[in-house]
Each structure stands twice: as C-alpha cells, then as structure tokens.
Design a protein around this ligand. Sequence first.
Ligand SMILES: NC(=O)c1ccc[n+]([C@@H]2O[C@H](COP(=O)([O-])OP(=O)(O)OC[C@H]3O[C@@H](n4cnc5c(N)ncnc54)[C@H](O)[C@@H]3O)[C@@H](O)[C@H]2O)c1
Length: 365
Amino acid sequence: MSDILKVGVVGVGHLGKEHARILSSMPEVELVGVADHNVAQVEAVAQCCGTRAFTDYRSLLPLVNAAIIVVPTTHHHHISVDFLKHCIPLLVEKPLAGIPHEAEELLELALQQEVTLQVGHIERFNPAFEELLNLPLRPKYITSERCGGFTGRSTDVGVVLDLMVHDLDLVLALVQAPIRSVQALGVSVLGGHEDVVQARVTFADGCVADFAASRINPVLSRKMQVWGAEGYAGIDFSCRRLTLMQPAVHMRQGRINSRRLDSATLTTLKAELFGKHLQTTERDCNNSSDQLTRELADFVRCVRTGQKPRVDGVAGCEAVKLAWQILGSLRSHAWEGDANGPCGPWQLPAPRGTLFDLPAQVAAA
Ligand SMILES: NC(=O)c1ccc[n+]([C@@H]2O[C@H](COP(=O)([O-])OP(=O)(O)OC[C@H]3O[C@@H](n4cnc5c(N)ncnc54)[C@H](O)[C@@H]3O)[C@@H](O)[C@H]2O)c1
C-alpha cells in the first residue's frame, strides 16, 4: 500500500459530509470520492471537499483502499458486504447493522477477508469516557440517559438502535461480564419505531445498568453515572466533563456514623459533606481534538498497521445483539400485567382522557 490511503465515503448526509470534510484535510489520506444517491447533496459535498461525486457507491469499489459507510442503518449491511467482498477495510457508522445476523455476517466476512472492520461508536473517543476507563472504578450500578428532540433522521430504526446503542456499547466496554437478564419497556409516539425506552441490564458480576433514551425529549441530555465501592463518576458527554466523588479515608474506615451523631455535629457534617467527607473533583476534558477526527485517525492507523481498532466488529456485533434483547423485552412488556392485554410500544392501554384542554384556537391550528 502506498503512503497515501485512498478513501471513499458512502452517504454524505448529516454525518457523512463531516467524515468527508475531515478526511479531505488529513495529510495521509486522499479522499478519492464520495457517493450518495442524492445528486444535489453528493455534488455539493464533493465540490466542498475537492473530490469526485458518484451516485452509485459501486463506482468507488475499484478506486479505494478503505471506505466509510454513513448511510441509514438498514443499508449498512448490503453496502458493506460489497466492500468487504472486495477486501476493502471499512469504518461502518453505528450501529454496525440493523439486525444481529447481519452484523454477525459482516464480522465473519471481515475476519475471512482479513480486513479492518471498525464501528462508529464515537463516544468511545470522548475524552471524559477515556479518562473514566483509566480509573480504578469497578462499576456496580450504572445509569445512562441519552435524550433529545426529533431530528427527522434515522427513522428507519427506533431509539434503541439510534441513540441507546451508544450507551450499550459504552457499558459493554466498562463491564467485563456476561449478561444475565434484560428488562425493558418503551413507547412509540411518532407512529413508527419506539421513541422512548427504559431498559435494565443485569450482569453476571452483579452490576446493574439502567438505560434511558428518548428522541422526543424537549431537552438534550447525554449523561452517564457509574457507582462502585470506590466512589462515583458522572460523565456529561456533551460538555465532555467528568465529575468524580469518593469518600475520604475516615469515611471509608467507617469512622463516621450519622445515626450516632448529636444534632450540632450532624449540622456540621451536613455543611462539610462535600469536600471534607465526600471528596469531589470536576475534570474538564476538552483538551483533545474532536472525536470524529480521532475516530477517523484511529481507523486510518489500523488500516495501515493491521492493528485492532478500539471499536472493532466484535464490539459492534455485541451492541446490536444487546439492542435486540432490549427490543425483544420491550415488545413483550404487558402494560396491564397480562400477556393477552396491550403489550409493547404500539399497544398502550386505552387512555382515560386528556390531561388538559388547550384554548380552542391553539387546538385548531
Ligand atoms: N456516531 C454518531 O454519533 C452518529 C450520529 C448521527 C448518525 N450516525 C449514523 O450515521 C448513519 C447516517 O446517519 P445521518 O444522520 O447522516 O443520515 P442522513 O439521512 O442525514 O444521511 C444519509 C445519507 O445516505 C444517503 N443514502 C441512503 N441510501 C444510500 C445508498 N444506498 N447509496 C448511497 N447513499 C445513500 C442518503 O441520500 C443521505 O444523504 C446512520 O447509520 C446513523 O446511525 C451516527
């Protein structure tokens, strides 16, 4: 392989155009083309990035040494298969595929052809998460929340494969134990796939992870909290901030028992809790380049060296499999406690009425 890696991007919509922009500025890469069946979009992106536009991704097959697949999830499999059959290393956006057996097929094909298969679980490159992974914190209870408004994109899948899958991958990277059980419930509000989901995953080492995801939430939130015997870590993925809390030595040694304190000492304890007894620190992790650039740099490095990517095909497969366990559980959730009654995101119990009345002119609008 020459010094310059010839790369193509398939799908240059909301995210793919960013992949193309970054790749076009990487000195070790030549962006040889972008493909998208939206003619206006592909021509505009190609012009911006100084490369060629194609409306059929197959035109890239003879031109590239590596490709990035950034089409809607339900198209990942068939397009990726074509590239892998031509021994072309891939970075496939998350989730690796829409269904587990398609994800497994991609993994097997990549192994057979001995080519790099990386998955775009970009939060693994969030510096706050990277810092968390380096801490001696053994997770015992994890909560995650990934909520936002409706974007109009990713309507080919529900919120589990769209948003929650980020946190499923992160938790699978944090907890090195088999999954023991999965429970979930969810609701479809916009009429397609599920839009709001709550799930609980229990691991064989006793760790429990609660996941919340919504794509109809008025407020954007991407957060995770990890609790262990060592203390607590909270990540705000949007701000790339890590909050740590640990009991001070005298607390860990059990030298304070709040049940035995007189009221004056209790008042002092309350005032001095954070800092003296529970040590806290905030770490702003905004000290590295953006995550997409680092993810792409990891891909280029792995294609060149043959090293295993941080988020490989195995990790991508595991996240899709767990997502499907969650989908299976939420589809069978019985809202009235009866499997013959309303079950799953599309069948809710009959509503008792409206919660409030809107003024007539607003309701009519
Ligand atoms: N890692 C992340 O944080 C993140 C964020 C957003 C999206 N994504 C993933 O990226 C992928 C794309 O999402 P998006 O938001 O950019 O979607 P999008 O709808 O904005 O863009 C998808 C593009 O693919 C094109 N396309 C569709 N089918 C095609 C085909 N067969 N051949 C060529 N082009 C085709 C469409 O014309 C469109 O321009 C999804 O898998 C999504 O899950 C990941």
